[in-house]
Design a protein around this ligand. Structure first.
Ligand code: TYD
Ligand code: MG
Length: 454
């Protein structure tokens, strides 16, 4: 029986200590230490020898060949774009997301679409039958997709050696374990050792690997932070379970920009790419309805027009309610304070509800003007004209501040047939395109309201 010993490992930075500690002395995080069993006879370092091949030689940087990084086309416009133009051979990609959001569906659908690439799908969560059922649902099949239900890393490498795949999927990294570490699958040291061994395999054989990762209740990827440091790309798949839209966001990317964003729609038969989000988000005809305004927003680097809805009603009980879906509640409260102070609207005894259509979460500061306008429209019970949209950040003194990528916002609004756009003054520097939409520049919220409500 190997002698065992326990250590406490920090979930956040991977530091270990013989004693439990409340605060990690290395990264300063609280309550991150978890107990782990390590075996003395079997030091964890062994795992790094799992994929021992030739030793690398130091090279002169100037002699390193560059050229365009070759990319594997994944036949999925959204995924290709989020990855920075396709999958880079030898890269390690981590896809994180809440349970049931569609991570396995996205990955399975993608590999089934790659007819000429031999893929190995390692599933530690579902049986081959379940995967087949999902594939049937997606209604896609491939001659080149192999499935193995395995959770032992050493066995996974045996399958890889036998099959020699061009692309490997691990669903999920938290279910995989290696014999060299004694703690249970999903623990800090298991995740760290397994992903380090997989990284070594990916780099040395130039095989791209996609890891699927769970996220914990705080919304970050479960396991040690080192996991995110190890991999080349971290993608987050998010969305509201009750809505059909899913957003694929790049959080880290060594081969492309992190500003990219992919939008999907979950259907009965798998995920469908949404190449023009505005058309989906603006399907409702809101003519004559008060409390609705359209924002020309940017998420990632894509412009889209999105409906902001608000309802202002008299508070029935003492403290008025403030509730917001898809928009930061603190920011909404700040905007309400601006409304109160600058425009003199008494919102103290009013309940205010705010909702961004489609279940999307939008962080763009350019949404401010439309939030404020929707609230005012509901409060006055006057609707905003149907073909008007707006963008602008609202400052504390009620001034409307410039936003980024104004050109893209204007062009998107024009493309969707809007006739008028309200935007911040002094935001049009360098904008020379001729557009078929009336541009109204506003400096303060009062001016914007005069434009909207007369
Ligand atoms: P799944 O890929 O299993 O999620 P994850 O791997 O992130 O846990 O997706 C699960 C959900 O997606 C499930 O609740 C059903 C839904 N779904 C569809 O709506 N349509 C489909 O075609 C598929 C395959 C799943
Ligand atoms: Mg899954």
């Amino acid at each position: 029986m190997a002698k065992t010993k326990t250590v406490y490992v920090c979930n956040s930075c991977g530091n270990d200590s013989p004693k439990w500690q409340g605060k990690c002395p290395v990264c300063g995080e609280w309550n991150t230490y978890v107990e782990e069993i390590i075996s003395k006879d079997n030091p964890a370092k062994n795992s790094l020898h799992l994929f021992e091949t030739s030793k690398a030689k130091p090279l002169l940087l100037k002699d390193v060949e560059t050229g365009e990084e070759p990319r594997i086309d994944l036949h999925d416009g959204e995924l290709n774009r989020v990855l920075g133009g396709g999958l880079v051979p030898g890269s390690l990609v981590l896809i994180g997301g809440e349970p049931g959001i569609g991570k396995s569906t996205l990955v399975l659908q993608t590999v089934l679409g790659l007819k000429n690439i031999k893929t190995l799908y390692v599933s530690g969560e579902e049986s081959a039958r379940q995967l087949k059922l999902r594939a049937d649902r997606i209604n896609s099949n491939s001659e080149n997709c192999y499935i193995v239900c395995e959770t032992n890393l050493e066995q996974v490498f045996v399958h890889i050696r036998n099959l020699n795949p061009d692309f490997v999927i691990i669903d999920s990294i938290q279910t995989i374990f290696t014999d060299v570490v004694e703690s249970s699958p999903g623990s800090v040291s298991q995740v760290r050792e397994c992903s380090a061994a997989i990284l070594k395999f990916a780099k040395e054989t130039s095989t791209p690997v996609v890891l699927i990762g769970h996220i914990n209740k705080e919304g970050s990827i479960a396991g040690p932070k080192v996991l995110e440091h190890i991999v080349d790309t971290v993608l987050q798949f998010e969305g509201d379970q009750h809505y059909m839209y899913r957003i694929l966001r790049s959080i880290k990317n060594r081969f492309g920009s992190t500003a990219e964003l992919g939008i999907y729609e979950m259907r009965q038969n798998g995920l469908r790419e949404v190449s023009n989000p505005s058309e989906l988000l603006l399907t409702q005809n809101h003519e004559g309805l008060s409390g609705v305004s359209i924002a020309a927003a940017i998420e990632g680097i894509r412009p889209f027009l999105i409906e902001t809805q608000s309802l202002v009603s008299t508070a029935a009980y003492g403290t008025p309610q403030r509730s917001s879906t898809g928009f930061d509640l603190r920011r909404m409260n700040m905007l309400l304070a601006v409304l109160e102070k600058r425009v003199g609207f008494k919102l103290v005894q009013k309940d205010v509800f705010l909702n961004i259509a489609g279940g999307l979460k939008v962080n763009d500061p350019g949404m401010d003007l439309s939030v404020i306008s929707a609230v005012l429209s509901s409060s006055l019970d006057i609707s905003i004209e149907k073909h008007v949209c707006m963008t602008g950040e609202v400052g504390l003194s009620g001034e409307i501040r410039p936003v980024n990528r104004i050109e893209q916002r204007i062009l998107e609004a024009e493309k969707l047939g809007f006739s008028k756009i309200l935007l911040p003054r002094n935001n049009l520097k360098g904008f020379t395109s001729k557009v078929n939409i009336e541009i109204v520049q506003v400096r303060k919220v009062e001016e914007a309201f005069r434009q909207l409500f007369g």
